[in-house]
Write a protein that binds this ligand. Structure first.
Ligand code: NAD
Ligand code: DAU
Length: 349
């Protein structure tokens, strides 16, 4: 029996990782530690909440006593660390919160792992989930590789970069067994509707303006969230200790082209005349310091561990839109309350 601590398991990517591990590995105890910020939602986990190998603990990763408690109570031998503040726009308005959670929270977990595992690092692993944004922004050519120098440009990516550095520092200084992955933009079910794809699906459904930052020409590399969860499974079990792996979809889109695809699919699903949803596109003030292009080269992960994306984007986006249309109550519950305040401030509406 392995006791695996997954942090941030009530969030978008975390819930897919938790579901995959709970179902695929009945001999593992999965402990999901999440403080349930606005982005955490236990509804994402109803299908496994009663599984005998699953435990939820509501706690903050910055709370040293609670982190110590979880390591001691469950005799943790593996950590998959996803908990973070994850939205770039929020990091621009509230950078301190990002430094606290993403840096201090990661440090708190690392230090407890070091203390709890001090006598024996055998069969232990601290797996840190990071982002391609730590590498900064690309021009028209090239890809992020594992040895691309760090050049974070937003408070979010600066905090994530700092957490990556702490993880490597704990490897170099204390010998902690670690692995890091840096992934590109995820999309799929259960994503909080502050992020581009679920936000735009919801706005189209409600005939609200689609706020495109700048000229809509920024480029992102999109990966279906379940493919990311599969990659995490592969790296957790077979990744080389101390290494970094990039994860991406080889699937680049300018925002505006991606938005037009969503509009087209939504017109069809909603029985609207072709072109109706595109009329909602509204160009708004650009994000401050907006990174131009991200593109991941995930060749290392493919060649060393045999992982590659399974879904073509056309199939993935169709599945994603279907999920949001079939789960409108999930969305409606989220976009009430605090979300309204956030939306007013972010989009001056
Ligand atoms: P998310 O915002 O949807 O979920 C984050 C989760 O962490 C939530 O459940 C939240 O309640 C929890 N959390 C936040 N602060 C916490 C704290 N102090 N203590 C305990 N729990 C806390 O994020 P996501 O999109 O699922 O991202 C998960 C991880 O993957 C993050 O580390 C992010 O940097 C990384 N990542 C995300 C993407 C992406 O496209 N979404 C891509 C690459 C990497
Ligand atoms: O690359 C990985 C990163 O992808 C993750 O580390 C982050 O946690 C995740 O949030 C995501 O960051 P982005 O900033 O790329 O994602 P977001 O969905 O916020 O924006 C995608 C693109 O769409 C970006 O170029 C900004 C643009 N955008 C976004 C919003 C919310 C708009 O044009 N309008 C919007 O309203």
């Amino acid at each position: 029996m392995k006791n695996i601590l997954i942090t941030g398991g009530a969030g978008f990517i975390g819930c897919h990782v938790v579901k995959l591990f709970v179902k695929k590995y009945p001999n593992y105890n999965i402990i999901n530690l999440d403080s349930l910020t606005y982005a955490g939602n236990l509804e994402n986990l109803t299908e496994i909440e009663n599984a005998p190998n699953y435990t939820f603990m509501k706690a903050d990763i910055c709370d040293r006593e609670r982190v110590k408690e979880v390591f001691e109570k469950y005799d943790i031998d593996g950590v998959i660390h996803l908990a973070a503040e994850s939205h770039v726009d929020r990091s621009i308005t509230n950078p301190f919160e990002f430094a606290q959670t993403n840096i201090m929270g990661t440090l708190t977990l690392l230090n407890q792992a070091k203390i709890s595992w001090k006598d024996n690092y055998t069969d232990k692993l601290f797996y840190h989930i990071s982002t391609d944004e730590v590498y900064g922004s690309l021009g028209a050519e090239g890809f992020f590789l594992e040895d691309t120098p760090y050049d974070p440009k937003s408070p979010y990516s600066a905090a994530k970069a700092s957490s990556d550095h702490f993880v490597r520092a704990y490897k170099n200084t204390f010998g902690l067994p670690i692995v890091i992955t840096n992934c590109s933009n995820n999309y799929g079910p259960n994503q909080f509707p502050e992020k581009l794809i679920p936000l735009f699906i919801n706005n189209i459904r409600n005939n609200k303006p689609l706020p495109v930052y700048g000229e809509g020409l920024n480029i992102r590399d999109w990966l279906y969230v379940e493919d990311h969860a599969r990659a995490i499974d592969v790296v957790f079990h077979n990744g080389k200790l101390g290494d970094t792996y990039n994860i991406g979809g080889f699937n680049e889109w300018t925002n505006i082209d991606l938005i037009k695809v969503i509009c087209k699919v939504m017109d069809k699903k909603l029985g609207r005349t072709k072109g109706t949803s595109e009329q909602l596109i509204t160009y708004v003030t650009d994000r401050a310091g907006h990174d131009m292009r991200y593109a991941i080269d995930s060749t290392k992960l493919k060649e060393e561990l045999g992982w590659e994306p399974s879904l073509q984007f056309e199939e993935g986006i169709e599945k994603t839109i279907d999920w949001y249309m079939d789960n409108q109550e999930w969305m409606d519950r989220i976009v009430s309350g605090d979300y309204q305040e956030y939306y007013k401030k972010q989009y001056n509406q």
